[in-house]
Design a protein around this ligand. Sequence first.
Ligand code: IDP
Ligand code: MG
Length: 149
Amino acid sequence: MERTFVMIKPDGLQRGLVGRIIQRIEAKGLKIVAMKMRTIPTDVAEEHYVEHVEKPFFKDLVGFITSGPSVPMVVEGKGAIFEVRKMNGATNPTKAQPGTIRGDFGLDLGRNVIHGSDSPESAAREIALHFDESELSIYTRIDEAWLYE
Ligand code: IDP
Ligand code: MG
């Protein structure tokens, strides 16, 4: 089953949104197979956002993402990568639709509450960067038969 890397950013945690965000992921039918709370070290943040290394906002982005605890997770399900991106909404919360996490909970481009991988390649890279294989739990959710054929 498809997997994606999702992370509630430090603003989401500080603002007490962790529970509501996890609730949306669970209610969608997506399965959380790994989750922890961790302040992301600078070298990991730089590697995570390596595609943006030349951008003017890179330093601020890394500074922000390492500024306090985040909640990284691995989420599994049919079309998980696309479904999470859709639930997260547009990168800029002022452009994100109501009903999306960023549209409902954010106001600032740099503080947009949540991250989701943008492709299968990014998902595999980000999962390996933030988790050891041993941290993933393989299990069947009791509602799975009611989610998919
Ligand atoms: P994404 O998170 O929707 O995939 P990306 O373009 O990959 O968006 O950018 C990564 C993160 O960098 C965004 O989530 C946002 O927090 C931040 N970011 C993107 N563009 C800007 C910008 O122009 N100024 C400041 N921060 C930005
Ligand atoms: Mg991105």
